[in-house]
Design a protein around this ligand. Structure first.
Ligand code: NAD
Length: 442
């Protein structure tokens, strides 16, 4: 099986490397020359646990190659995965420029039957659009199939998720394409892989419905947490008991500063936009988007509250705030739509001086904040001489900090634990003025 993967970002690189790991011959293509040069030097442009090992192993074995030459990739491979970005446009709809450009490239270099697999998250109808673009260029000269095969991997656990998916969704219009897709993925399983085979539109919808539902679930528990803070309840116990109900499940019931990342924010917006285009208002998802934006700002209110500063007309001049965690979640360097960005920018607006540290995302942070914040090399340097510590991402290494030492280094012992990783009573005993999300009054 010879496969090309176009786009070597989080999804494309993981897909390419994992398919090669299963013995397939994979050519990964990107227009970003620097990225391809890095990959050819054996360097991984993103942080994703375990990815370096399989990239190195399969590159050495000759099963995984990196190139900017899409012509060669299209001509020499039967199956071409599209895994380029689909960022949001200003109106919230998905920008399909990259997908359309790849479709045109594929059509221009087609030399026989091809299966074009859309792995990017794309609005319902995009598969048909890709088909039309290719058909307009190649006419009836070549037979081809367009398949929708949405990806559900989680950054930080992407290799494992790709190797052991909960389900593999295949949206296709021909038996031949379905058979080829099943052949590719059957390598994952000794028994029957958990396939959902359907039409292209349904497959495209499954991805948006899944991501929007998870975004709703996070937002729901965040609202429960906000109310817990007001009534003196403990959101951890609420979430635990809720999660024991098989109909609910315990996953995605962790309150915090709001969801971020490259998927939930853009996919919820895109879903609302798809609905709007069809004359339908997707009210619950619209509400989740609104609540999520407010949740990030609510964290700023909490921090200012800790420092005794009114938001209206108040100022954080002279205050120094340390931030631990910048990536949108642990185990990734991805800062796209990270709540840390909103929180830090807002605190800067109020005149605070900000010191930051993240175990992996510092290079990306520098691109976002430039010289507006001070970059530190570890947790203890970060909190030194600060008036408040805000924990924004729950990296494991932040979970067992020497809090006595932390308190001793700080100018004022204010702790905003925005991921609820510390026990409120213990922190108060250590003399911290402590708040978290949904357990602040217990
Ligand atoms: P990314 O931005 O990390 O990578 C996209 C890559 O595509 C970039 O390297 C870019 O240079 C390349 N590219 C753009 N145009 C190209 C072209 N014409 N030819 C070749 N390469 C080109 O994106 P990502 O996070 O990997 O996401 C890709 C898609 O997968 C998106 O639609 C996203 O919504 C979806 N998705 C992402 C995740 C995730 O966790 N990141 C999970 C599931 C699905």
């Amino acid at each position: 099986m010879r496969i090309a993967v176009v786009g070597t970002g989080y999804v494309g690189l993981v897909t390419g490397a994992c398919l090669a790991e299963f013995g397939m011959f994979v050519t990964c293509v990107d227009i970003d020359e620097k990225k391809i040069e890095m990959l050819n030097r054996g360097e991984i442009p993103i942080y994703e646990p375990g990815l370096d090992v399989i990239v190195e192993k399969n590159s050495k074995a000759g099963r995984l190659r990196f190139t900017t030459d899409i012509e060669e990739a299209v001509k020499n491979n039967l199956v071409i995965f599209i895994a380029v970005g689909t960022p949001p446009k200003e109106d919230g709809s998905a920008d399909l420029t990259y997908v359309e450009n790849v479709a045109k490239n594929i059509a221009n270099y087609m030399n026989g039957y091809k299966v074009i697999v859309n792995k990017s998250t794309v609005p319902v109808g995009t598969g048909q659009k890709v088909k039309k673009i290719i058909r307009n260029i190649v006419g009836e000269k070549y037979k081809f199939d367009v398949v929708s095969n949405p990806e559900f991997l989680r950054e930080g656990a992407a290799v494992n998720d790709f190797m052991r998916p909960d389900r593999i969704v295949i949206g296709a219009e021909s038996d031949e394409a379905v058979a080829i897709m099943k052949d590719i993925y059957s390598a994952h399983y000794l028994g029957e892989a958990p396939f959902v085979v359907t039409n292209i539109e349904t497959a495209e919808m499954i991805k948006y419905a899944s991501n929007a539902f998870l975004a709703l679930k996070i937002t729901f528990i965040n609202e429960v947490a906000n109310l817990c803070d007001l009534v003196g309840a403990d959101v951890h116990k609420v979430a635990k008991a809720m999660g024991m109900d098989g109909r609910i499940s315990p996953k995605f019931l962790h309150p915090g500063p709001g969801y971020g990342g490259s998927c939930f924010p853009k996919d919820t917006l895109a879903l609302c936009n798809i609905a709007k285009e069809h004359g339908y208002q997707f009210k619950v998802v619209e509400a989740a988007i609104d609540v999520n934006e407010k949740q990030k700002l609510r964290m700023v209110d909490k921090i200012m509250g800790l420092l005794g500063v009114e938001k209206k007309g108040g100022s954080l001049d002279g205050k120094v705030i340390s931030i631990l965690g910048l990536a949108f979640k642990p185990n990734t360097d991805d800062m796209r739509e990270s709540p840390a960005i909103v929180i830090i920018n807002e605190l800067l607006k109020y005149g605070a001086k900000i010191k930051v540290f993240d175990p992996i995302a510092m290079d990306n942070a520098k691109k976002i904040f430039g010289d507006k914040v001070e970059y530190c090399t570890d947790e203890y340097e970060t909190v030194h001489n600060t008036d408040c510590l805000a924990i924004v991402t729950e990296w494991n290494q932040f979970r067992k900090l020497d809090m006595e030492r932390i308190g001793g280094l700080m100018r004022e012992k204010n702790l905003a634990d925005l991921r609820n990783i510390y026990e409120p009573s213990k922190m108060r005993k250590l003399g911290f003025n402590y708040i978290c999300v949904g357990r602040s009054k217990i």
